[in-house]
Design a protein around this ligand. Structure first.
Ligand code: BT5
Length: 324
């Protein structure tokens, strides 16, 4: 009903539609129409009402709305199927359930909050309301080795989108943290669901600290949020739409085999490139100069004139506050 009213309200963009026309179209009373309009207003839709002309949709909400996403998306596959929840333990875990049941390539799962959000190696990921917590299911035409590079593609697509929309100098900290002035603003968790060598399905989990107050996250985390940095709320629908479009372009480019292009784009956003960093892996700390990444996405660290390659680990950048 809600979506049908929204469809009617936008059937003639910018124009009013009478309560009578809506009630006839949907076979409900005028009072029921008015009630539904109130519900939409409570969800953040700005609906103008004029006694003579009826109703007009002036603005859509900043918060995530399936109807707004579906209307705005111009992708071929990404987000064509959307599963939307107020709360989930973890969108990545729900993605696994969906994959078992059978799901379309490009399906997206979104939750307004997560109770058991996860990072790499089962670390906890804070996911209060106001953020974007999403998983994208991909069935790419790629080998397992190349499919693993899709986490790099996701970082590139997200960094590019955030720079374009908000003009902030967002960087990627290897392997795929998005940072602003060294503080984490988004994280990516890629998981392969399939057999060795015959990739079936990949889950790309993306967490973005969008409309969160800094105080919504533990003060001990070196983290920030878009709300905090921009001093205002951002439109979550616009961000998801622009990101999915950018990601689709990246996936296509990787499927066409442009690995060098991906590496080059990743490097333009790389945090700490040419600078002294620390890499922590399995309890060991390595200090050296971050030289870049290999074509398979490994970090290249120069330590005592020797190049070390890392396929996993955590990078800490050197700042005035020490390594973070
Ligand atoms: C990540 O792991 O950065 C991947 C985060 C992926 C989250 C998404 S949300 C949708 C989908 N569903 C899930 O369950 N997960 C994905 P990693 O690099 O391991 O970083 C984890 C570390 O980041 C934690 O140990 C904390 O130190 C820190 N952290 C936790 N929550 C944070 C937040 N909201 N913002 C910034 N840092 C955070």
């Amino acid at each position: 009903m809600r979506n049908e009213i929204l469809n009617l309200l936008t059937s003639r963009p910018g124009k009013y539609i009478s309560g009578e026309a809506i009630s006839q179209n949907l076979g409900i009373t005028r009072a029921a129409v008015w009630k539904q309009i109130q519900v939409l207003r409570e969800s953040g839709y700005d609906i103008e009402a004029q006694t003579k002309n009826g109703y007009r949709l002036a603005k859509t909400p900043l918060s995530l709305e399936e109807w707004v996403l579906k209307r705005g998306l111009e992708t071929k596959t990404l987000g064509r199927e959307i599963h939307f929840f107020e709360e989930l333990p973890s969108t990545n875990d729900y993605a696994k359930t969906l994959i078992r049941q059978g799901v379309q390539d490009g399906a997206v799962i979104l939750a307004q909050r997560q109770t058991e959000g996860r990072g790499r190696m089962q670390r906890a990921w804070e996911s209060p309301e106001g953020g974007i917590w999403m998983s994208i299911i991909l069935k790419p035409h790629l080998s397992l080795a190349d499919a693993a590079k899709l986490t790099l593609s996701t970082g590139v697509a997200l960094a590019r989108t955030c720079r374009k929309l908000y003009g902030l100098d967002i960087q990627i900290k290897w392997p795929n943290d998005l940072v602003y002035r060294g503080k984490k603003i988004a994280g990516i968790l890629g998981e392969v669901v399939g057999e060795w060598n015959t990739v079936q399905t990949l889950i790309l989990g993306v967490g973005i600290n969008a409309n969160l107050e800094r105080a919504d996250l533990p003060s001990t985390l070196p983290a920030t949020t878009f709300k905090e940095e921009l001093g205002q709320l951002i439109n979550l629908n616009d961000l998801v739409i622009a990101f999915l479009e950018a990601l689709e372009t990246e996936v296509e480019s990787l499927e066409e085999g442009d690995i060098d292009g991906l590496r080059a784009r990743w490097l333009t956003y790389a945090a700490g490139l040419g600078k002294e960093v620390q890499v922590e892996r399995a309890g060991h700390v390595f200090k050296g100069i971050l030289k870049g990444i290999s074509t398979s996405g490994e970090l290249i660290l120069e330590e005592n004139h020797q190049e070390l390659l890392f396929s996993s680990g955590d990078v800490k950048l050197r700042t005035s506050e020490g390594y973070i």
